[in-house]
Design a protein around this ligand. Sequence first.
Ligand SMILES: Nc1ncnc2c1ncn2[C@@H]1O[C@H](COP(=O)(O)OP(=O)(O)OP(=O)(O)O)[C@@H](O)[C@H]1O
Ligand SMILES: [Mg+2]
Length: 412
Amino acid sequence: MKDDFVTALDLGTSKTCALLGRKGEKNKCEIIGVGFIPTSGLRKGAVIDLRKTTTTIEKAVEKAERPRNLTAHTLFVNIGGSHIKGINCQGAVEISNKNQEILKEDVENSIKVAKASSVSTEREIIATIPQEYVVDTESEIKKPEGMFGRRLEAKIFLVTGEKNSIQNVERCISGAGFGLEDIHLGVLASAESVLTQPEKEIGAFFLDIGGGTTDTIIYLKGVIKAINILPVGGDHITNDLAIGLRVPIAESERLKKEYGCCLESLITDHKLEIPLIDSMGRVFSKTGLASLAEIIEPRMEEIFLLTKRILNRSSYSSLIGAGVVLTGGTSLLKGAKELGEKIFEMPVRIGRPRNIIGFEKSIYNPIFSTAVGLLQYGLRRREAREHIPRFPQNNPLVRFYKKVRRTFSDFF
Ligand SMILES: Nc1ncnc2c1ncn2[C@@H]1O[C@H](COP(=O)(O)OP(=O)(O)OP(=O)(O)O)[C@@H](O)[C@H]1O
Ligand SMILES: [Mg+2]
């Protein structure tokens, strides 16, 4: 059954966010439902507990449906985790028709040849991104269809993931009673909702710093040059604080969000005394802003240095004209822009999702970049005539049964 709205599900390591949306005025995405809960069952972007992840999905979507009494049947879901790999590959074909005009089939065949030699049986292609075409000796061609030539070469960027990891996500979606319309790479969705076309053209280094992973994309001349996923994120900062201050994780998370700063030199108030609360809810000690920053700064610096190494190794670092764009929850950490500028030695901006209407202002938050990008991707896919859902069958009985069971377990 097809819904008249799109449901996007950002299955993140820290939080799971379901967004319901439809096409609004001026081609913008109108958000009509938001469900947002802490994730249970994922580690570093990958499913590690099927049952917990399934329950997380059910609860997030239910929350988004409730205010307008909507019912979602199928989902667009992100895929993440360090099993994701991006590779550059190429494939060439001879132009067979008599007058040597390049047809749509020739373009498709050149991409097929490029893909064929590049993927092992344990991996699945998640995204195929054409970079440029070469017609005979002419390179950097974006649309070869209709041109004349003897040989067409496609240069593509291929994103692949482990089949098992993708199947685990699919199992959780169907276990929650939903159909799956499509999967999309999380960081790609995030970049699509945040970056502007000029940034992609003049070159941008995009970083989505989440809870469990830091995902990067290098854009140049409007195309993706590299994608990387690192298994480090904001949750490592929370853990460092918990160990350093001997407080429970929930308390260190609160301290990080309320008082945390990742650049000690920005701290002006050296007198503020922050109470530390133990697992029994009792104040057992005090700390200052500088002591918190002393723990946070090295970890954030490490995240930036690891990503900078990726950029430097790529040989594109001197060509990044627009600078660095940060998004994801950890980009909200005070001082992230300033520390980023110090380390990358280029301008840094905090990226928020664009081209949306409806709902409260709270949705213009870097935490929602992936979910909004997924929603926009879903709306585009629905419009494409060739869109075929991965598995369209939802199971309303499963959803009904689980909802009732949860309601009863909440009562008793
Ligand atoms: N105001 C804030 N200040 C500092 N850190 C914050 C703030 N808000 C959220 N975070 C941190 O951001 C992280 C969560 O970000 P996000 O929601 O983008 O991650 P995720 O998508 O769930 O995880 P991932 O993308 O790694 O799978 C957590 O570590 C959280 O502590
Ligand atoms: Mg994320």
